[in-house]
Structures are given as C-alpha cells and as structure tokens.
Design a protein around this ligand. Structure first.
Ligand code: UD1
Length: 421
C-alpha cells in the first residue's frame, strides 16, 4: 500500500493550478445518463473517484472516452444496456448512488446498491428516496439494494428537505428535469456545485430556477440534449492548498481558485493573520514568519465554513497562538483526524461535536494513518509544518480527491515522496 513521506519545514513558493471540482464532476458525469446525445466534460479532474464513476457508467452501457491524463471526458448514453448498479461499483464511493435518479427519470426503473463512502458518519440516503417517492416512484430496499420504479415516469412534487443535503438536492434536481410537471425543492442546499450542475442541465434544455438559493424550481421537459461543459474549479482543493501555504509559510498563487466560493475560508484565514489577495487569475496566499492567531470555526452548510475544509483548518490551528474551538455541524463523526494530529504533538480535545485546539509551539513528524479523504490531507498539512519526517499511511484516500498532490506541492518547494509500506 502506498505511503507519503514528507520532510517538513519547507515554505511553499510559486504557483499551483487548481483542478476541476471533484464533487461537481461526479454528478455531471451521472447527468450524462439523462440524454441520448453526447456530453463532453472539460476540466475534468483525473482522480480515483472520477475514474471509478466512469467505470460504473461503462457498466451501464455508457460509451466513455477518457484517455488517461486527459482533462476532457466524452460520455454517450445513447444505449443504456443495464439499469443495475452493483455493490462492487457503488460501495467505494457515495456519489455513485447519483445514477439512480437519472436512470429512474429516463428509463423508468433502476436497481442501485446502497452506497459506501468515507467513515465520517452514518450518511443515509433517506432524503433521496423520500424525494423520489414523493415524485411517484415505488421504492423497495432488498438485500442491500434500492429497487426503484416509476413506470409511467416521475411526476413533479413539492419536496421539503429536512436538512439542506447537497446530495439529495442535486439528485432530486437532476431527476426532476425529466419529470411530468413542476418540482419545487424547499430547504435546498446552496453549494456552488449545485449551481454548476444546474448550469449544465440548463444548457441541455432543462428548465431550472433558483439553483444556489434555498428554493429550486424545476419544470420537467420531455427530452434533454447533448452539451459541452467545463467543470468549475475545485474550491475544496483550492482551500486546502491555501491552508498548506498558511501553515508552512511562503507565497503561492492558486491559479483558477474560485475566490467567490471561498469567502468564509478567506475570512477565517485573514483573522488568523494570513494575507489573502484575490487576483485576476486566482487567489494569492502569503504568510511570513509570524505566528498565526487562533480562530474559532463553526462548520455550516454553504455559504458557511465548509465541512470539507474543517480537518485542514484544524491542522492549521495546531500551532496557532491561543485556543481555537471547532464545531462540526454536518457530520457526526468527522474528527477522526484529531487523534492522528495529536501524534505530531498537537493538543486537540474532542467532546461531542466540538474540538478544542490548544496551540503548541511546534509539531514533530510522526507515522500517521489517513482515515478519510479530507482528514488525509490535514495530515499532509501537519507533515509540511512538522520538524523531521512524517509518513502518512493509507493514502488511497488522498488519491480519491487530490490530483497530482505531490507534484503540485513539490513544485512549490515541498519535499513529498511516495513510498510503500
Ligand atoms: C456532499 C459532498 C461532501 C460534503 C457534503 C457536505 C459529494 C460527492 N460529497 O456529500 O464532500 O462533505 O456534501 O457539504 O458531493 N443526510 C441524511 N439523509 C440523506 C442525506 C444526507 O440524513 O438522505 C445527512 C448526512 O448524514 C449528513 C448531512 O445530511 O449529516 C449532510 O449530508 P449531504 O449534504 O447529503 O452530504 P453528501 O451529499 O453526502
């Protein structure tokens, strides 16, 4: 199994180009099932997760053309040969569950394994299923599979989400594009990826209003057409590198970083004493030698502080001056990185949904274990700051979500190499 070996203590200087957003790309790929015409996605991130979604789509009969290391992916779902998404192709990654809605909307039935994903909490799919039931689908769960049917098609409905779930909002919005009548999603999530998906769906002929607000209205159409769409830049990747620079010190331009979608993080970084400037071609992050100040974080749905940046911010706070309180309000078990960060000499105490980080003078390199995607990269950030050598084990989590991580960091002066256990 691969490991990452990091020699800490090098500041980061230079440019890092931000890739396409994983969380958007995976859903855009699933949306290709909604049309029998070609869908071309540009700025696609080459990641284990997006490659995995391509495999799942192929298994359903989608013609996928995506050569290795290329950022353009062509999908053609003219002939869907299967509506069954098997356990082996769904268990590794939750976003694969998003093929259910498009299959149901276009073909009228689908059988999809219940999803897997990160170990950060229960992550049920009840909101997704309740939405499809409200739209007239018959749903049974048998032997770990969701069997859904809407033989006469889905029909528009009013969906009141109990929580602004990103996945349920996206999934319902996609399926509603081909439903009979109008669907209204109340208490919708407002994440920028939802806007990206709505933009592509509209270019395919869908009628969607309000994406990016808490109320989305979708008027169903009979058919969607093909499209060329460029995936939005990854605000989570950009935010992660912003925190790596803030932690290690230096001056890096994050090319293509979507500043408008990163306002909460940028504010927190500035409060901590990091210089962040928004430039024409991205976001510049600078920190000289002075010590960071402790800042509290209250994780909330967008536009609040993103849960996908919480672990990285915690790593940043480990050496700040003072005490920082970090409250996680989205997932119930998203502090798995705290004990790992303590192995570097950090002082983090977790109680319920709050972690209290007492800033220490320095971190010292250690062997650590990656537990989930975003937690893994928080360990890399700690390793960049720590004195001496850090070995991060189980880095397959990192490969799920960060394209060319070592290459991007090393180009800015870091020392990160891949080894094996
Ligand atoms: C997406 C992102 C993930 C991010 C999360 C929150 C992708 C591939 N993943 O995950 O990186 O951390 O948004 O910003 O885009 N819930 C239910 N029932 C449901 C659905 C959700 O109870 O049917 C709960 C979840 O357990 C969680 C909360 O709602 O506590 C938010 O989850 P959700 O917004 O749905 O996250 P995902 O879409 O899975």
């Amino acid at each position: 199994m691969d490991t990452l070996i990091i020699q800490g203590g090098h500041p980061l200087n230079g440019n890092i180009r931000i890739s396409g957003a994983k969380n958007s790309a995976l859903k855009l790929m699933a949306a290709a099932l909604l049309t029998d015409e070609p869908v071309e996605l540009q700025n696609m991130p080459n990641l284990a997760d997006s490659r995995f979604m391509a495999r799942l789509l192929s298994s359903l009969g989608v013609d996928v053309y995506w050569p290795q290391n290329e950022s353009t992916c062509r999908l053609n779902a003219a002939d869907i040969s299967s509506t069954i998404a098997p356990y082996d192709l769904v268990r590794k990654m939750r976003a694969t569950f998003n093929v259910l809605g498009p299959l149901l909307a276009r073909i009228g039935h689908a059988t999809v394994s219940l999803p897997g994903g990160c170990a950060i909490g229960a992550r049920p799919v009840n909101f997704h299923l309740e939405a499809f039931q409200a739209m007239g689908a018959d749903i049974v769960i048998e032997q770990g599979y969701v069997k859904a049917a809407a033989i006469r098609g889905l029909k528009g409905a009013i969906i009141d989400l109990p929580f602004p779930s990103v996945g349920a909002t996206e999934h319902t919005m996609m399926a509603a594009t081909l439903a009979n009548g109008t669907t209204q999603i109340n208490n919708a999530a407002q994440e920028p990826e939802i806007v990206d998906i709505a933009t592509m769906l509209r270019a395919m002929g869908a009628k969607i209003e309000g994406a990016g607000t808490s109320c989305i209205t979708i008027e169903g159409v009979d058919k969607l057409n093909g499209v060329n769409h460029a995936v939005m830049p990854d605000r989570i990747e950009a935010g992660t590198y912003a925190m790596a620079v803030a932690a290690a010190g230096g001056d890096v331009l994050l090319e293509n970083a979507p500043a408008k979608e990163m306002t909460s993080l940028i504010e927190h970084l500035r409060h901590a004493g990091v210089t962040v400037t928004v430039e024409n071609d991205g976001v510049r992050v600078m920190r000289n030698g002075s010590r960071l100040k402790a800042v509290d974080v209250d994780v909330q749905p967008h536009p609040g502080f993103a849960t996908d940046l919480q672990a990285q911010f915690m790593a940043l706070m480990t050496t700040a001056d003072g005490v920082s309180t970090i409250t996680e309000n989205i997932f119930e078990n998203r502090f798995l990185h705290a004990p790992e960060l303590n192995r570097f000499g950090a002082d983090i105490r977790v109680q319920g949904k709050t972690a209290t980080v007492h800033g220490v003078d320095k971190l010292v390199g250690a062997p650590v274990m990656a537990t989930d995607l975003r937690a893994s990269v928080s360990l890399v950030i700690a390793g960049l700051v720590a004195e001496g050598e850090t070995v991060v084990n189980r880095i397959y989590h990192l490969d799920r979500g960060f394209e060319k991580l070592e290459e991007k960091l090393n180009a800015c002066g870091a020392s990160v190499t891949r080894g094996s256990e």
